[in-house]
Design a binder for this molecule. Sequence first.
Ligand code: 5AD
Ligand code: SF4
Length: 460
Amino acid sequence: MIDAKKYTLDNEKALTNNKANNKVYIETYGCQMNVSDSEVVMAILIKEDYQLTELMEEADLLLINTCSIRENAEVRIRGRLGEFRRVKRIRKHAIVGVIGCMAERLKEKLVQQEKLVDIVVGPDAYRDLPNLIAQAEGGQKAINVLLSREETYAEIAPVRYASNGISAFVSIMRGCDNMCSYCVVPFTRGRERSREPKTILSEVQGLLDDGYKEVTLLGQNVDKYKWEKENEETVSFAQLLKLVAKQAPQMRIRFSTSYPQDMTDEVLKIMASHKNICKHIHFPAQSGNSNVLERMKRGYTREWYMSRVESIRRHMPDCAITCDIITGFCDETEEEHQDTLSLMKWAEYDFSYMFKYSERPNTFAHRNMKDNVPEEVKSRRLTEIIDLQHQISREVRQKDIGKIFEILVEGTSKKSEEQMHGRTSQNQTVIFPKGSSKKGDFIKIKITKATQTTIMGEIV
Ligand code: 5AD
Ligand code: SF4
């Protein structure tokens, strides 16, 4: 079993180490999994006596943890590399590393296209970073983009360098075997694999001991979590959720992301029966039309998705449901688009992430379908979807006025020292007058006002 506490102490010692040429600067793009991976990367580097800096101008190693999910994510990252170039002109010895999904997707092409890049490291190769850095210091370009069927960084205690000290991510699995036709993730993050439960529980214990109040269990498809080993009891996601909830009854437990095809009623029952498991499910539909869903290879129909939402509502009437939607997927007709709008109205999502379809090289859709919805049609449909979601969110929030929620206080509001912000179990941010509350407290708040962007409340 790992000793999370010991790792933290080791890391603290390393943070005060002052060896020359060891300052690392890291930027992270993309999903929560990338945020979590950057914490693993920092743990690996700190063991090598690296020290974190927030100033790229003083860094000896500049890392960018990248995302490939849509083309514009990659465009933005190339823009940031321009900034790195500016630093490298002054600090010629500095090593520039591209890590994460874009590293995995582009491999050696990255060092050919972006001359300033010295190292390229895929999501399963972070343990090799010290060797790759040494190679780059010797003047060679260094690349490791090997994907693994086993790597989960199970025993590495992440260094939560950008954390608020209250909430933390805990990775429970890696990779994805779903192969949705539009998605690059199976190519950049490889095969699905689950992390050993005891290392997850030990990480959660370490967080609890360090005063954290909330953990989010992360996986591309948490419903497929399964720990199987000879002579050991098999652990499903529902069982893991229960183990974590029991291990840390004083903490809030969240998880992301659920997959409609795989989410079981067992998970819903565990959620409903544990007060500390937050009542929020991120439940990406992607589209409200069964034909589009089939072209997307999502493995479920509109009706199936709706039946799962009904099941969530049945088990937990107060559960927030949020969604991801892609508009303008290959061959999407106006009627199919209307089905997405009608699903959104029916489901009354609290919140949605909404995207225009972006064709990704080598995916099934790229190889077999045409990205044939014109850009202006995609834009118009996206606007309709966004406008509708805003209207739904407003209506859902209005219903909360006068209700009392338990809030986990996360800190002082950006706008005023006299106000605090925190989140409900449903993941809704609330602003309220400070009173005697402090960061990390659980307090009861009555919602008094809800506007488009903020929800206000008062301590009761
Ligand atoms: N184009 C647009 N959006 C995408 N997503 C994944 N792949 C693409 C793509 N090629 C969206 C999905 C997913 C979220 C993380 O990103 O909605 O749930
Ligand atoms: Fe995360 Fe997917 Fe982006 Fe990779 S491509 S960083 S898995 S969102």
